[in-house]
Design a protein around this ligand. Structure first.
Ligand code: GLA
Length: 722
């Protein structure tokens, strides 16, 4: 709900309030934090003399680097924007860029305030849009620039959001990983006065190394931000010497120069922000927002199937017989969807050919449509892998249409994984890909599509685009193609992927409700990746599989139960050759799948909390709690089992503190009987469980196991505590 009182605009969400002041030619942030009760408060007392500005342009902004950077055809480099008016408007339509949406007829389902600023000399109009949703503590913000003057203007930088708060002592938290396999590992940098911290991607996609979800964190106060975008992005935090902390979020200004002729407008992607007292609260806000206002379509709230994916089972080395043997085994164990990964098309026997040739490699599949039918005949749904944005030079497509590849004329293109990218900024290429990918999906009647992207951009160029605009146009082209394909197949479950989780962002999630979290399936690295991912994204969006031991990426040996315990906290499946399991292991897998199916609503959609800090503490874990707090499942994990930490305890979260829970260990092969005991919710939260009890006297071979896990079930008893 947004209300105006005098010069103040009060934007309320259920638990937070953002107050803006707009008057006398300028606008400023007045307050953003816990919900304020009434409009009658004297907001003037919050106003900071030096201003907390919603945008900044050159020359006006003391000595900090301004958010907006322009060059104007008269030779100048700045515009001086003055506040003109505030109005209530429809939420701007950013298409083809995706953005959040509100469901429901009520006119209060969402409300948007637009602050309009103009520059007298250039007649540029700058608008900042703030949208609140009736049921969410996340506020969406975007910015537009309209050229109503005669001069030509080039935008070098136009953040979606500039946020400022009068406070120092924040740490800048980002999820940067170290590249392929280590996505979204949490990092925290204390922002001392005068210091700037930057999180960015310049490689044409979200990137493995810098996710756009970031936070400003200090004791008792957390601001979290994200960007609904899958291209080059930049999140910059700065604390200045008068005590202000500023966040700038938007398209990266690196290699960006967007020409705005007279009469033209540019709309930034949408940024989102939330406030909470701690990181659990910030994550809960982002999870609920993503689930309600980002994910869409049939699979938004629908329980996701248990899948088997043949990639780590066979890599490129498969034939129909092998695939059907895997499908037979999968069906017998209770798997629901069989996903045929890379290698089924063109003449694809390894990664140096055939991308772009989206037609059946019959010698391997025995006929794709027939294979899919036979898989379905075994009671499984059929899923398929594609990598639509790529082209191999060794392909029929390249022979026919070398001009579809992204290359700079006169320059030898750089290859990664032997492949080039397609020029998705070109409508001809977009049309071609929509057609061929749609016909693959129709041909095999796929129920599930894994959309991969396995290299970064090195030769951005399109003959129709201006330098500096290409990368953004590529991203718009990608969204156009994704939008069309997803719309054509409303029943298909689409999964995003980029060499693992390199394109894990709210932009992709507007089209595809889940993303392959990382190619590293090792339970130890997954602890960090899943934990890091959970700060910004709900667990239903995280695709997680049990893979073989020793792990193919790290060589670590991990018990089957440990691998299950970790992967169960997301959209779940197996990624190993099930036919090679021993009979005992098959029994274990069957029991795991049955357990997962029984509890998947809770595991995929329950309120998710991190226990401990996986990046600091030895004892950590996850817990999913049902909305009524009647049931919960926790995964407790220690990385080292050493005598000195015998007193180590792990406190649970999200429980009903007034009630008693029946606690039981999940029965599992390695650990024998499941013990059961009664404990109060408050004790489980305050005193927690001793990890020495959880893991004592078990036959754990410390040297071989890089993590130890236990899964615990909690069920509220009827007994009310006195
Ligand atoms: C990427 C994906 C993997 C697999 C391979 C196939 O690396 O992340 O899961 O699909 O491509 O080439």
């Amino acid at each position: 709900m947004i209300r105006k009182k005098g010069n103040f605009y009060k934007l309320d969400t259920p638990n937070t309030t953002l107050v803006l002041k707009a008057a006398n030619g300028s606008a400023e942030y007045v307050y953003y934090g816990k919900r304020l009760k009434s409009l009658e408060n004297d907001y003037e007392r919050f106003v900071f003399r030096k201003g907390l500005s919603p945008f900044s342009s050159f020359g006006e902004d003391e000595q900090r680097r301004p958010g907006i950077s322009l060059s104007i055809s008269d030779g100048s480099i700045t515009a001086r924007f003055k506040f003109k008016r505030a109005k209530f408007v429809e939420k701007p339509d950013l298409s083809p860029l995706p953005s959040s949406y509100a469901e429901g007829e009520s006119r209060y389902a969402s409300q948007t305030l637009c602050l309009e600023f103009t520059d007298e000399v250039t007649r540029l109009k700058l608008c900042t849009y703030y949208t609140v949703f009736a049921d969410s503590d996340v506020i969406s913000v975007s910015t537009s620039l309209h050229n109503s003057g005669r001069r030509e203007v080039t935008i070098h930088s136009l953040p979606s959001l500039q946020f400022e708060t009068l406070s120092t002592g924040y740490s800048f938290v980002n999820f940067c990983g170290w590249g392929w396999g280590n996505e979204r590992w949490k990092k925290s940098t204390h922002l001392s006065v005068g210091m700037k911290a930057v999180n960015e991607s310049v490689v044409g996609y979200t990137s493995h190394t810098a996710n756009p979800f970031v936070m400003l964190e200090k004791e008792g106060s957390v601001y979290a931000f994200n960007l609904v975008y899958s291209g080059n992005h930049k999140e910059c935090a700065e604390t200045d010497c008068v005590g202000r902390t500023r966040m700038l979020i938007g398209i990266n200004d690196y290699a960006f120069a967007y020409k705005l002729c007279s009469g033209e407008s540019f709309y930034t992607p949408e940024a989102v922000m939330t406030y909470a007292e701690d990181t659990d609260g910030a994550s809960a806000n982002m999870h609920a927002f993503t689930a309600t206002h980002i994910l869409r379509g049939k699979w938004k709230n629908k329980e996701r199937p248990v899948v088997v994916n043949n990639w780590e089972a066979t890599y490129f080395n498969f034939n129909k017989e092998k695939l059907l043997a895997l499908a037979d085994e999968a069906a017998a164990l209770g798997v629901e969807t069989f996903v045929l990964d890379d290698g089924w098309f063109g003449k694809r026997d390894n990664d140096d050919s055939s991308l772009g040739d989206w037609f059946d490699y019959k010698e391997k599949t025995g006929g794709l449509a027939l294979l899919a039918d036979e898989v379905r005949g075994r009671g499984l749904k059929f899923g398929i892998w594609v990598e639509p944005e790529m082209i191999s030079e060794k392909s029929e497509l390249y022979e026919k249409h070398p001009e579809y590849a992204m290359k700079i004329p006169g320059r030898e293109p750089l290859r990664h994984r032997h492949q080039l990218m397609l020029n998705f900024a070109d409508p001809k290429v977009q049309k071609y890909i929509v057609r061929v990918i749609s016909s693959v999906i129709s041909e095999c009647k796929a129920a599930y599509v894994k959309w991969d992207f396995n290299r970064f951009m090195t030769d951005p160029f399109g003959s129709e685009q201006r330098a500096g605009e290409y990368i953004h146009e590529y991203v718009k082209g990608l969204y156009t193609v994704m939008g069309k394909i997803v719309e054509k197949f409303p029943n298909v479950l689409f999964e995003g992927c980029a060499g693992g989780g390199g394109r894990y962002d709210l932009g992709i999630l507007c089209f595809m409700p889940q993303i392959w979290t990382s190619d590293f399936t090792d339970a130890r690295t997954r602890l960090w990746t899943q934990s890091g991912t959970s700060y910004g994204y709900p667990q239903s969006t995280m695709s997680c599989h049990v893979s073989a031991s020793p792990n193919h990426q790290t060589g670590n040996r991990t018990p089957l139960e440990t691998r299950f315990n970790m992967a169960a906290f997301g959209a779940f499946g197996y990624e190993l050759d099930l036919t090679k399991l021993t009979e005992r292991e098959k029994g274990t897998v069957k029991a795991q799948i049955a357990f997962y199916k029984k509890h998947r609503k809770l595991l995929q959609f329950g309120s998710f909390y991190r226990l401990g800090d996986a990046f600091k503490d030895n004892a950590t874990g996850f817990i999913c709690v049902s909305p009524d707090k009647a049931k919960a499942i926790a995964m407790l994990c220690i990385r080292e089992k050493v005598r000195e930490v015998e007193e180590e305890r792990l406190c649970l979260k999200g429980l009903d503190r007034e009630s008693t829970y029946l606690v039981s260990y999940r029965e599992q092969d390695n650990y024998g009987d499941g013990e059961k005991f009664l404990v109060g919710g408050d004790l489980l939260e305050e005193a927690g469980l001793y990890t020495s009890e959880l893991f004592a006297d078990k036959d754990i071979e410390a040297s071989a196991n890089p993590v130890f896990t236990r899964m615990i079930l909690l069920e509220k008893t009827r007994k009310k505590r006195v």
